[in-house]
Structures are given as structure tokens and as C-alpha cells.
Design a binder for this molecule. Structure first.
Ligand code: ASP
Length: 441
């Protein structure tokens, strides 16, 4: 038996109609034994995700001590779903108990996690499957990091390899006994954890798109679909804003070489995108696999003669950022220059001023400059390392478009070329790179 773990995202769980599609998909394949679900997402554009309704509940609890008003919307959503599905169980009691526990626990993460909790209960009823609460099987350690050993053992002990089971995504239990959530979109991580723990042969991630596209369809009309990606390519693309899958979700499955397949709940017959370990990955023949971009970076440019021979220079600069708790994204460097690229929303103007002062005091640079509103664009593909002239083509495409490239970082893996451009130039840059490597469709 080829054991499959299927994770269904918010749009697949949006209402009774979409949940019926989920049921049909799961039941059409006996190998689809373990199901991980997100909270109900948007039913139409302008709708509110259940998780966002829950964050409102938390705000109301903080203000008034209870969340009667905000929880009424959550209640309506779930009661509507249960009615639509014609399920015969006492959802009202589950909702009452949930509301009470939310008001008792009074932590944001507990409250936010209840969308997945309730969705998994409903899905287990619909499938006639066992409900396994994530708080009993997914654990975090004292530092707040995911506790893999403890969690994998608990999940493996909770399943029997025969009985279908449903797990809520997004949360687990911290070392202090309190509920803790992953970052937004984190049910993808939960799905990967379950897949790893049960030794699945594949991790199916069911969304509302038929896999990854070579770039954002809001920028290029109907870009090509990517049939296969390596884990590394996926990591680069999803980190840079291709948000089909949470960028952290590959870690659990990667170690066990479990492929991820992105599938579309609304077009289950489509092949989707397979994400494979490098050993099983066959290059597509394309030089570039995909292009993704992300806006709002700040670049601190530092120049000092003989920087290269000053031992500890880079460390001193980075230690300033470390002191301020700012993660560094990239460090393009030359002989006498280095730049540090950070996400702008990690700091305000005041913090930036302080950081610049500290860098001045620490390394006495000849010159420093800050560029804000920079977008980074990653052009990703294993094919790039073996083909000559890729960067020349990329830069020519940008030059022809009149884009001023502010920063270049070719990853040492030769898997990607990252360029920094003005925020306003991001879309036309991505379109130009796409045209260069994929043609006009
Ligand atoms: N419901 C959570 C969110 O909206 C987690 C998830 O959907 O994966 O971020």
C-alpha cells in the first residue's frame, strides 16, 4: 500500500460544497488514509477566513473578557457547514465548549487554532474517520521550536495504519502546556509532519490551483505550469513569494525523501506539480524553472578601503544586526564593499538610525548608503548551472526593459540569480525575465 497524507487548504474547506469535494477525493483512493485540514477559508472574494474571524475574537476577549459578538460569525460559519452537509452530531455543544475554553485560555494562539480544530472535527464526522487532536501529537520544545522526535513518535503511536484519521493543521502544544501555532499558512507544515511521522509515500497538498506556475499569473497572463520542482527550487521560489505552499513545509519531508504533490481540489484530474528530492528529480530541459519576487527590502551598502583584509569586518557588521534581532536575507559583497539586505518591515526608521550608528561605531566605514523600497527577484532553476550565458540573457532582458538593477546576488548553489530592483520595477522585470526564458507562451 502506498500510504498518502493529504492536506486540504482553506478554500477546499470553505463550505459544505467544497468539503464534499474533499470527501470524494479522499474516498476515491484507499491509500489516502490521513487527512490534515486548514480552517475554512474564503468562499468568495471579500469573504473573511475563519482564522481571521478568530483573531477578532481574541481582540474582543482582550477588550471585554468575552467574544460573544465575534464568535457569532464563527458559529454561523460552522453551523451552516454542518447543516449543508446534513451531519447528525451536536455541533452546537462543540461550539459552546470551544467558546468557553477560548475565554478561559485567553491566548492569541489558542484562539487562532480553533478554526483548524473545529474544521477537523467536522471533516472527521463527514468521513466517518478518527479525530486526532494536534495538541496530543504535535509538540514544541522550551525554545518554541518544533520537537520532531517527540511529535513523530506520538503521531506514529496514534495511528494504526488502517483506520482513516483527520488531524487539525496549524497548531500543537508548547513545552508550557499551552497551544502554540505555526506561522500563518502553517497547516502545510503540519501536513508535512504527519507525512514524515507515518512514513507516507507521498504528501499530497490540495489547494485551489493546479500546482506552481513559472511566475505570478497576475504579472504574466497564463504562465506555464511547472510539472516538477526539486525541494531546493521550491524553497527558493516559495521563500521569495510564490505562496502556493508554506516555505517551511519541506523540511520534515525532505529528510525522508517524501515527494510533495500540489493538487487542485476543484480540478482533481489535473496533474499538478510534483516536488521531488534531487535524486528523483529529472530536469525539465528548461534553463529556468520559475521566477518569483518579493517587495520591500532595505539595503545597507557599506564601503571601506581594504575591507577584504580587515579580519572580522563582516562579522562585526552582522553582529550589529544580530543585536537588534534583525534577520539578514542576503550579503552581496565586493573587495571593499558589502551590502546587507533585510526585510523593511523588520525595522522602523528609529531602529534603522540606531543600526547605522552602531555599524559606524563598530567598523568605521568610509561610506554608507541605505536604499529602501527594493524588490528582490529570484530566477531559479537547476538548469542554470550547466548553461552558458544565462545571466547575460537575464540582464539584457532587464536592460531592454529599462530596469536599473540595484543589486545582484548569484547564489553559491548556482541554483538562482537574485536581482534587486525598485519596488515599482518588479512586475515589469519579472515579465521581461519570463519572456526571455519562456517566450511569449
Ligand atoms: N488557518 C491558518 C491561516 O489562515 C493556517 C492555515 O491555513 O494553514 O493562516
Amino acid at each position: 500500500m502506498a500510504l498518502k497524507v493529504c492536506k486540504f487548504g482553506g478554500t477546499s474547506m470553505a463550505d459544505g460544497h467544497t468539503m464534499t469535494k474533499v470527501k470524494n477525493i479522499v474516498e476515491s483512493d484507499p491509500d489516502r488514509l490521513y487527512v490534515v485540514v486548514s480552517a475554512p477559508g474564503k468562499r468568495f472574494s471579500g469573504d473573511t477566513k475563519v482564522t481571521d474571524l478568530l483573531y477578532k475574537c481574541y481582540a474582543e476577549i482582550m477588550q471585554h473578557g468575552d467574544c460573544k459578538r465575534a464568535f457569532a460569525d464563527v458559529r454561523k460559519r460552522f453551523e451552516g457547514i454542518v447543516k449543508e452537509l446534513n451531519l447528525d452530531f451536536d455541533m452546537a455543544s462543540v461550539l459552546d465548549a470551544t467558546e468557553r475554553r477560548m475565554e478561559e485560555e485567553r491566548t492569541e494562539e489558542f484562539v487562532a487554532s480553533r478554526g483548524e480544530y473545529l474544521a477537523a472535527i467536522v471533516m472527521s464526522q463527514l468521513l466517518g474517520a478518527k479525530f486526532i487532536d494536534a495538541e496530543d501529537v504535535i509538540f514544541f520544545d522550551e525554545s518554541g521550536a518544533f520537537d520532531d522526535k517527540k511529535s513523530y513518535a506520538a503521531i506514529a503511536a496514534a495511528v494504526d495504519g488502517k483506520t482513516r484519521a483527520v488531524f487539525p493543521g496549524f497548531y500543537g502544544k508548547g513545552a508550557d502546556g499551552k497551544i502554540k501555532t505555526f506561522s500563518r499558512g502553517g497547516s502545510d507544515i503540519s501536513g508535512a509532519i504527519v507525512a514524515r511521522a507515518v512514513g507516507a509515500s507521498v504528501y499530497e497538498n490540495w489547494t485551489d490551483v493546479s500546482g506552481f506556475l513559472a511566475c505570478d499569473p497576475r504579472i504574466v497572463d497564463s504562465p506555464k505550469r511547472i510539472k516538477t520542482l526539486s525541494y531546493k527550487e521550491l524553497r527558493e521560489l516559495s521563500y521569495m513569494g510564490a505562496n502556493v505552499l508554506h516555505s517551511e513545509s519541506i523540511f520534515p519531508v525532505r529528510k525522508a525523501n517524501i515527494p510533495i504533490v500540489i493538487k487542485n481540489t476543484f480540478r482533481p484530474e489535473d496533474d499538478g506539480t510534483s516536488i521531488l528530492p534531487i535524486a528523483r528529480y529529472k530536469p525539465s530541459g528548461n534553463i529556468v524553472t520559475g521566477i518569483a519576487g518579493k517587495k520591500n527590502f532595505t539595503v545597507i551598502f557599506i564601503e571601506k578601503s581594504h575591507m577584504n583584509s580587515e579580519i572580522g569586518f563582516v562579522r562585526k557588521v552582522l553582529s550589529v544586526l544580530e543585536r537588534y534581532g534583525i534577520p539578514v536575507e542576503h550579503i552581496p559583497s565586493g573587495i571593499d564593499t558589502m551590502s546587507v539586505v533585510v526585510e523593511s518591515d523588520r525595522m522602523d526608521n528609529f531602529k534603522l538610525e540606531q543600526i547605522l550608528e552602531s555599524i559606524k561605531a563598530e567598523v568605521e566605514p568610509d561610506f554608507m548608503r541605505v536604499s529602501e523600497n527594493i524588490a528582490l527577484i529570484a530566477t531559479v532553476g537547476h538548469g542554470m548551472s550547466s548553461s552558458v550565458g544565462t545571466s547575460a540573457r537575464l540582464f539584457k532582458a532587464l536592460a531592454d526593459e529599462g530596469v536599473n538593477v540595484k543589486l545582484i546576488d548569484q547564489g553559491s548553489s548556482e541554483l538562482n540569480i537574485i536581482v534587486g530592483v525598485r519596488n515599482d520595477d518588479m512586475e515589469k522585470s519579472i515579465a521581461a525575465i519570463y519572456r526571455e526564458f519562456f517566450g511569449n507562451n
